[in-house]
Design a protein around this ligand. Sequence first.
Ligand SMILES: C=C1C[C@]23C[C@H]1CC[C@H]2[C@]1(C)CCC[C@@](C)(C(=O)O)[C@H]1[C@@H]3C(=O)O
Ligand SMILES: O=C(O)CCC(=O)C(=O)O
Ligand SMILES: [Fe+2]
Length: 378
Amino acid sequence: MDLSVSDLLLCPQLNPANDLKNEILVFDISILHKQANMPTQFLWPHQDLVGSQDELREPVINLEGFLKGDKEATVAAAHLVGAACINHGFFQVIKHGVDVDLIRAAHEHLDFIFNLPLAKKLDARREPGSVYGYSGAHAHRFSSKLPWKETLSFVYNHGNSHDLAVPNYFTSSFGKEFQETGLVYQKYCEAMEKLSLAILELLAISLGVERSHYRKFFEDGSSLMRCNFYPPCKEPGLTLGTGPHCDPTSLTILHQDQVGGLEVFANNQWRPIRPRPDAFVINLGDTFMALSNGRYKSCLHRALVNKESVRRSLAFFLCPKQDKVVRPPQDLIDREEQRKYPDFTWSDLQEFTQKHYRADVATLQSFIHYFLPTKRCN
Ligand SMILES: C=C1C[C@]23C[C@H]1CC[C@H]2[C@]1(C)CCC[C@@](C)(C(=O)O)[C@H]1[C@@H]3C(=O)O
Ligand SMILES: O=C(O)CCC(=O)C(=O)O
Ligand SMILES: [Fe+2]
């Protein structure tokens, strides 16, 4: 159900996810590089730009023993995961079992996509209200605080290695010469699904919940894969590659290159994350925070850009099946005094972020406060 303009006007805090007020800017780096000043659409408020050099000392968790079934290693890993998630919802994992050649291929094919002529990329542009497709700075959605990045997002259906949605997306969007790219990302997403379901076991163990509870909740899900391409920027201190936000999704597995720029808000300051070539970055999102009844934190993070080099990251956003009701496990509710969040579906929250609200630091609160009651009225 689309909120009417009057609904949006009644809720001033709602910032329509599509707030275009003037002609659409095209994110064409070959032109933007020649401009003397940063276009105003890319300027961010000072409070979003301040930072520190105090790197976050997040846990870097070795998964080898856990993945081999070692009981002691499993308990130790679950403990480290729990401590990180109570604090800021962010950790890194090493010895994760994902083939290093597959990771390298996923990064190489990312360049094949973003090095295409702009017209070809724009042919695959996201449709309004859809999270899938190519986007240049989200210039077709927003008219201010544009992120200095190009993105490509596509869906991955869990549990079926014969599902051709990913390869078909690439050949239908970019031509049959991208069949290999589609196969690389199909395999990459399968590896992300396997790793995320394993991490969900550690999360369940750390919450004292039946070990397979969350794994079962997500195994028939459809996740979102996103390739991020951050071009160099002449005035990196005036803009952001990705603005401050919590992922509305459940669990994010991110592989970043060695350029650096990812930051997490912890202990009341922005903390740079040191890239590790052998690690995946893991952060919780809003939907998992609700599934933990608020025990674990949705990680507040952002991405900076720099003057010298392109930065690339691969983000796998774990999502449940669209119509699954997001509700904490009963024994967690029984142990807590009260529910922190009402029931909702991922479909409703995703629709909210694509049609009514630009995901930011307060997405879940805004969704529950302004969108759910409206939905319930009909
Ligand atoms: C459900 C989603 C919306 C975004 C992609 C996934 C999970 C992260 C979200 C996002 C990255 C948060 C920051 C703002 C955003 C607009 C972006 O910079 O891309 C968000 C994504 C989106 O709405 O496309
Ligand atoms: O590129 C990064 O390091 C972070 C990107 C991110 O947070 C996102 O795409 O949700
Ligand atoms: Fe994010």
